[in-house]
Design a protein around this ligand. Sequence first.
Ligand code: UDP
Ligand code: MG
Length: 315
Amino acid sequence: MKLSFVVPCYNEEKNVPLFYEAVKKDFEKADYDYELVFVNDGSTDGTFKALKALCDGDVPVKIINFSRNFGKEAAMYAGLKESEGEYVTIIDADLQQKPSIAFDMVRILDIQPEFDCVAAYQAERSENEAVIFCKDIFYKLINKFSDTEFVKGASDFRTFRRPMVEAILQMDEYFRFSKGLFSWVGFNTKFIPYVAEERATGESKWSFLKLFRYALEGIFSFTTAPLKIATYTGLATSVLSVIYLLIVVIQKLFCGIDVKGYATIVVLILLLGGIQLMCIGIIGEYIARTYVQTKGRPIYIAREVIKNDKYEKKE
Ligand code: UDP
Ligand code: MG
């Protein structure tokens, strides 16, 4: 098997057949075999039924049917795990990422052996200003504080060689931030620009709040720098308060000035209280992640894995 498509699907009932047809059309000219590994991530619509209908076609199809919604990260992990191809492409089911680009990715890997991965990044984005601004800040922060490199606009739409897939699978951490994991494992990645299409049907599952949480996930997963906020602000306020103490003593002893400062005290108590609570919260985030990870729960649970009968023929 030359190529596996890993396709996470969450409520993509209408897109699934469109996706299948698009892949078939774009890969008509391919002189190699490929499989479609769909992950049904606890969809509440007819996605599973739509996927099962694809099993009757002439392409090898595998369906990993999750017991509930585990999220796209878990779906990608499951898909990579079940994939058999020498190359593996992660692609969305909503046709925002054209399968014809995957065809080009395969060709690049074929003729450029120095690369282990071809990743598509969005050169132009049609997002609102606030989202673009927040994303800019996120990438600046995380690249400054983390040893792992994060490429702005890079998507999960990628084609890997098998050794890189195996490396990613070795990282079975529960809190997954794939963009970071893909970069952490190393290997040579070639970035190619692409323009995301409009969703074929349905709506994106990302809200601003979800994106924000996802960004925090990236930060907590790939750097422990926030833990140092407590150390440094603690250090700075200690130094400042010693200086202030000296000033007050000198004023009292040598200048006879009574030190007033009700407002100052209230402000300082509130400020320091706030900083302390925030720092405890940050420590809590790391402890919570450690706690969940030590429980060793699986990243996903599959109700069943279905494989159609087009595999034997191809092998
Ligand atoms: N997806 C998933 N589980 C989820 C949310 C999304 O498997 O909990 C899938 C979804 O079906 C799609 C892909 O992940 O194939 C990207 O999702 P979406 O289109 O909502 O994100 P966007 O393209 O807006 O980043
Ligand atoms: Mg999408």
